[in-house]
Design a protein around this ligand. Structure first.
Ligand code: GLP
Length: 243
């Protein structure tokens, strides 16, 4: 595992964007696994700037997002469809047919998961998988207790996960479609991002304690090509030798 500790959120975002740009330069038809959330916003912003400056070309890239709430309409501002469309897809030259995101408005989630797995297989697997980490250690929406062998499926969300996005809205989706741990671990390269003091405790648990499915992100310790990009606050609880 390679650990980068940046001074702040901005620097973390720049390092992450450069890792993506390098991947795309070296392999223009890369398959990227994309994450959403607060953590990755700065990275997408930087990628859009690099694209505007013609430093990176997404015309042959295919992308697979990790997850989407269920049920949710793509036009719902809290959906990951909306997030991706406005923060990235509409601003770069990624072809619409090359953007994959689980459909949170489908009436048949099982079939949607089957289709997603088949598209992933057709793409030949993921070259670089971006990840954030939930405060409970989730990656994608693989919540604590997850089986390591899981692939794309419909899952129940923990209350705290629902609350983070939807507050106490009683009509909030309580499920999600998410890629599984197996999909993530099968990616050739994984880049994990975390920012802020509120992530320091879970980062320490995930990276320095024994691997356990109670902290899903801890499985990443076993990934052969893992880069971790933290800001100083998120790295705040790591033992000095890790830093
Ligand atoms: C969300 C997403 C994850 C994301 C994580 C961290 O719920 N399902 O893919 O990485 O939780 O989110 P944030 O960056 O907002 O802390």
């Amino acid at each position: 595992m390679k650990l980068f500790i940046s001074s702040d959120y901005r620097e973390m975002s720049v390092i992450a964007a450069r890792a993506v740009a390098r991947q795309v330069l070296m392999k223009p038809d890369s398959v990227l696994g994309l994450a959403t959330g607060e953590t990755t916003k700065g990275m997408y912003e930087k990628l859009v700037t690099m694209h505007d400056q013609q430093l990176v070309d997404f015309s042959a890239v295919r992308t697979f997002n990790l997850d989407e709430y269920y049920p949710i309409e793509p036009k719902d501002e809290r959906s990951f469809h909306y997030y991706m469309k406005h923060r990235f897809f509409d601003q770069v030259n990624l072809k619409p047919e090359n953007r994959f995101l689980p459909d949170g408005s489908t009436e048949n989630p099982k079939e949607e998961c089957r289709k997603y797995e088949s598209s992933l297989a057709q793409a030949g697997g993921i070259d670089l998988q971006l990840l954030g980490i939930g405060s409970n250690g989730h990656i994608g929406f693989n919540e604590p207790g997850v089986d390591w062998g899981t692939t794309t499926r419909l899952v129940n969300l923990e209350n705290q996960t629902v609350k983070k996005t939807f507050g106490s809205d009683s009509s909030a989706p309580t499920k999600a479609i998410t890629m599984g741990i197996k999909n993530i671990m099968n990616a050739s390269q994984v880049v994990l991002l975390a920012s802020g003091g509120q992530k320091a405790e879970i980062v320490e648990k995930a990276l320095t304690r024994p691997v356990t499915n109670e902290v899903p992100a801890s499985i990443l310790q076993l990934h052969p090509d893992l880069k971790i990009i933290l800001d100083e606050a998120a790295a705040g609880r790591l033992p000095k030798k890790e830093v």
